[in-house]
Ligand binder design. Structure first.
Ligand code: HEC
Ligand code: HEC
Length: 266
C-alpha cells in the first residue's frame, strides 16, 4: 500500500507497466490468432448442397456445372476432397486467369467454404480425401525415419523439386515450386493428388508412414543447416507472442531508458 500512498511512484513502475501491457497484448494475439484449419471430410448433406451452390458460382465457368470439365478446366470427377482442399488452401483455385500453371496465391476463402466445395466435389466420384492429422504426423519420427524420408525424397521428388526442395523449372514455362514453408497437410495432399505435371503417388507407392518421413525430412531441411533459433517450431503463435513481448516490449523499454537518461543529462 505504501506504493499507492507515496506520491512518487517507484522508479520501475513505468517499465513494469509496459511489460505488463505487452504481456497482455501477446496474450490477446495468441487468443485471436487463426487456428489451423480442420476440415471435416465426409460432408453432411447441407455442406454438399452449399458446396454445389458455391461451385456453380465460382468454379463452373471452367469446370462445368457438374464438374464434368470444359475447354477452360479439367473434369473434377474423382479428384477427391484432398485435391480441392490443396488447390484452394494454397490459393491456386479458383484460377484467376488461364495460364501455363495456376500459381500459389493467398487463399481468400474460409475454411468452411473450402470444406463445402470439397464435400461437393467428393460426391462426384471416389478420390483421395482430406487426411486426418495422424496420417502425416512427423513429430515422433526417429533419425532413421528421417534418413529414409531423405532417401525417398531424393528418389521420387528431387528430379523436379531439387535435392534441397528449392524447386526447379520444367518444360513449357511450367515449374515445380519450392517446398519450404509448405504446410504438412498440403504436402500430403499434393503427393496424393498430383497437381499438374506432378505424378500421383498412391498409398501403394508411398505408404502414409513413408510420406510422413518425407514430410519430416522436408521440415528438417527448413530448420536446415543455417540453423537459427526456432522457438521450438511451435508455429506462428509463439513467434508472434515472442515478437510482441520481447521484440516490441524490449524496444519500448529501451526507449524509456533513453528518455530517462536524456532527462538526467539536462
Ligand atoms: C479460370 C478457370 C478456372 C476456375 C474459375 C477454376 N478452375 Fe480449377 N482448374 C482450372 C485449370 C485450368 C486446372 C488445371 C491446371 C492446374 O491445375 O493448374 C484446374 C485444376 C483444378 C483442380 C485439380 C484437379 C486435379 O486433377 O487434381 C481442382 C481440384 C480444381 N481446379 C478445383 C477448382 C475449384 C473448387 C474451383 C472454384 C472454387 C475452381 N477450380 C475454379 C481452371 C479453373
Ligand atoms: C515430375 C515432376 C514432379 C515430381 C517428380 C514431384 N513433383 Fe511436386 N510438384 C510438381 C509441380 C509441377 C508442382 C506444381 C503444381 C501446381 O502448381 O499446380 C508440384 C507441387 C508440389 C507441392 C505443392 C507446393 C506448393 O507450393 O503448394 C508439393 C508439396 C509437392 N509438389 C511435393 C512433392 C513431393 C513430396 C514429391 C515426391 C514424393 C513430388 N512433389 C514429386 C512437380 C513434381
Amino acid at each position: 500500500m505504501k506504493f499507492l500512498t507515496t506520491r512518487r511512484r517507484h522508479k520501475a513502475a513505468k517499465p513494469l507497466l509496459l511489460v505488463f501491457a505487452f504481456l497482455l497484448m501477446g496474450a490477446f494475439y495468441t487468443a485471436f490468432a487463426p487456428l489451423p484449419q480442420v476440415a471435416a471430410d465426409n460432408g453432411t448433406s447441407e455442406q454438399v448442397a452449399a458446396g454445389k451452390n458455391l461451385f456453380a458460382v465460382t468454379c463452373s465457368s471452367c469446370h462445368g456445372l457438374n464438374g464434368e470439365g470444359t475447354q477452360q478446366g479439367p473434369s473434377l470427377v474423382g479428384v477427391g476432397s484432398a485435391a480441392v482442399d490443396f488447390q484452394m488452401s494454397t490459393g491456386r483455385m479458383p484460377m484467376a486467369r488461364p495460364g501455363a500453371q495456376a500459381p500459389r496465391r493467398v487463399n481468400t476463402y474460409t475454411a468452411e467454404e473450402i470444406s463445402q466445395l470439397a464435400a461437393y466435389v467428393a460426391t462426384l466420384g471416389p478420390g483421395p480425401s482430406i487426411p486426418n492429422s495422424s496420417a502425416y504426423d512427423y513429430a515422433n519420427l526417429t533419425d532413421e525415419d528421417l534418413a529414409r524420408g531423405g532417401e525417398l525424397f531424393r528418389t521420387n521428388c528431387s528430379a523436379c523439386h531439387n535435392a534441397s526442395g528449392a524447386g526447379g523449372a520444367l518444360p513449357e514455362g511450367k515449374y515445380a515450386p519450392p517446398l519450404h514453408g509448405v504446410e504438412p497437410l498440403h504436402i500430403y495432399e499434393a503427393v496424393r493428388t498430383g497437381p499438374q505435371q506432378m505424378p500421383v503417388f498412391s498409398a501403394g507407392a508411398i505408404p502414409d508412414k513413408d510420406l510422413a518421413s518425407i514430410i519430416g525430412y522436408l521440415k528438417t531441411l527448413e530448420s536446415g543447416p543455417t540453423g537459427g533459433f526456432t522457438l521450438g517450431s511451435i508455429g506462428p503463435v509463439t513467434e508472434g507472442f515472442f515478437a510482441w513481448v520481447i521484440g516490441i516490449g524490449g524496444l519500448s523499454l529501451f526507449a524509456v531508458w533513453i528518455a530517462s537518461r536524456g532527462a538526467r543529462a539536462r
